[in-house]
Design a protein around this ligand. Structure first.
Ligand code: 4AZ
Length: 280
């Protein structure tokens, strides 16, 4: 009965749109990844939504701790807009998903005002902030990641890392015990990336917007279930989060790099709500 009490005030008949597998996708996943060792990516979080079917707070997306009390994720992970904060929980500090869950409540969701629900991730501004009920207790396993200065340009070819519990192949979820996966991915310039997408879609001219960033190559990519999670690079001897997993055609496909929300485009928006950590 407990699940009913937990879920009822929030459900209102709506459930988050689970990213649905599109027909024709052949490869998906944190493709080509390997298990994360302890303490390597202590900002990774799992965003949970209560599943009536499974009677469990299920992983729906990734996210990152950018302050002890704030998580950065993708706006499409918390749509539709009618979903309230209490419909979500966050798990910090986990390497194996669902291993000794200690979930934290979300008290506020701030979706980027330019995120367009009907265009979804492909429309851009795919970022959202989650305020946690209480600051996470920091440790070797739980620690915020830095945001880049707004002027940071990530050069094409640079190697960065993406992490998550997403599928490892098309219709092939990460198997138990669900170890967090990491994979190194090369940054792809927006022009190259846009050309690759246009060649294959013949669609609208502005496919890869300025507020997006591409990364990945054949066999190395993020995928469904990784959305909202962090793309991080080494910069001046520390880690900075340059992307939020957002969308892509297929996964690990040679013609289509993964597409991320470009964090530098949104740092000033984030700073309106989230204090610097560590403080000045
Ligand atoms: C998704 O469906 C998704 N290859 C996330 C990332 C990528 C593709 C799809 C990038 O959530």
């Amino acid at each position: 009965m407990l699940w009913l009490l937990l879920a009822l005030p929030c459900l209102g008949g709506s459930v988050p749109r689970a990213p649905d597998p599109r027909p024709g996708r052949e490869l998906v996943g944190i493709v080509g990844g390997c298990d994360v060792s302890a303490r390597r990516f202590p900002w990774q979080v799992s965003l949970r939504f209560y599943s009536l079917r499974h009677g469990q707070w299920r992983h729906v997306c990734g996210g990152s701790l950018i302050h002890p009390q704030w998580v950065l994720t993708a706006a499409h992970c918390v749509q539709p807009e009618e979903l309230e904060a209490c419909a979500f929980r966050v798990q910090v500090g986990q390497l194996r998903l669902y291993d000794h869950d200690e979930l934290t409540r979300v008290v506020k969701i701030i979706r980027h005002p330019q995120f367009n629900e009907s265009l979804a991730a492909r429309g851009g501004a795919d970022v959202a902030l989650l305020e946690l009920e209480a600051p996470a207790t920091l440790s070797e396993h739980v620690h915020p990641v830095s945001l880049p200065p707004a002027f940071l340009r990530v050069p094409p070819g640079k190697t960065c890392w993406v992490t998550g519990w997403g599928d490892i192949m098309y219709r092939k979820p990460l198997p138990p015990p669900y170890p967090l996966q990491e994979v190194d991915v090369p940054i792809v310039g927006n022009e190259d990336c846009g050309r690759q997408y246009q060649n294959h879609s013949g669609g609208p001219s502005e496919v890869i917007r300025e507020d997006m960033l591409c990364a990945g190559r054949e066999g190395r990519d993020s995928c469904q279930g990784d959305s909202g999670g962090p793309l991080v690079c080494r910069w001046n001897c520390s880690w900075v989060q340059v992307g939020v997993v957002s969308w892509g055609s297929f996964c690990g496909h040679q013609d289509f790099p993964g597409v991320y929300a470009r964090v530098t485009s949104y740092v000033s928006w984030i700073r309106q709500y989230v204090p610097r950590f560590p403080g000045p």
